[in-house]
Design a protein around this ligand. Sequence first.
Ligand code: TXA
Ligand code: MG
Length: 315
Amino acid sequence: MLRNDSNILDGCESASIEFAIDALRRDELVAIPTETVYGLAARASSRTAVKKIFELKGRPPSHPLILHIAKTSDLDKWSLNLPPVAKVLTEKYWPGPLTIVVQRNTNVSDEITGGRDTVAIRCPDHKITTDLLMRLNDAIVAPSANRFGKVSPTSAKHVFADLGRDVEIILDGGECTIGLESTIIDCTTTPPQLLRAGAITVDQIQADCAINVALASGESRASGMLEKHYAPNCKVELCKNRALANSRQLELTQLGVKAEVLDFDVDIELFARHLYSRLRDADTRQIEVIIAVTAPMIGIGLAINERLEKAANSH
Ligand code: TXA
Ligand code: MG
């Protein structure tokens, strides 16, 4: 069950999940696989465990966490006055890569929300984590399992590279199938607002549910949504098309700069899945500048561009 003499356990084995549950009950942290990215999990009912997340990630306490539940019917345990929009969205997209922001009830501690009266909740679509949540009989809070501001992990190896043995157990559930963080919709405003783009798009929500989602503005926009984020060590520059990216690469290479083009090729979903590992890989190979070709502004392309823009803003 132990992999490479490390704290990475095979999440497909039932005993690994038992070890993880035991650690969570002792208020320790466990890295878990989801369909989006790996999460750094603490038991939601333990303030002690939740505080450890902020310490380990180096995350300011003002950045609220997402609560992860096993099934839609658990929503009532953590929320108040669910608006009809939240019901429609969760029925349509859960389990899946969608997080909703709703009013919280008294089961949610201030440590989770940074004192806000709202809470972000999602029901992940990953067999190992659903199994863990069912057996734990509690919710977990889980930010992405990386140091604050850095690239999110999409494999157990990435988590180990970032957090090493500072996390008690890393449950290996293979490579994340989506590879970008969940879409976040604030359901406390009218109309609801998009706080973070993800695999589920505003256009898809409009087509599937006839719900109009606005772009974020005002209070909810300010809630931990930094302009700089998702940053590799190398500098990221953006180009509108491949030809421009190639000529910029030539220019930099002639100046003696180690530069590489990052392009979406043909399959945009595959590109999203591998984006973070490609940024990590560029760092490993000590690339100095990544010249990223922006994606078409449809589907998951919007989420890709949001991440690339923040990465480009970081230097
Ligand atoms: O796909 C995901 O959502 C992953 C996996 C692990 O589930 N999790 C994730 O968590 O991306 P994290 O902590 O990296 O991002 C949480 C985002 C932050 O941008 C935060 O500001 C927002 O959720 N958030 C959390 N609670 C909020 C609230 N009450 N109001 C507005 N935004 C909130
Ligand atoms: Mg994150």
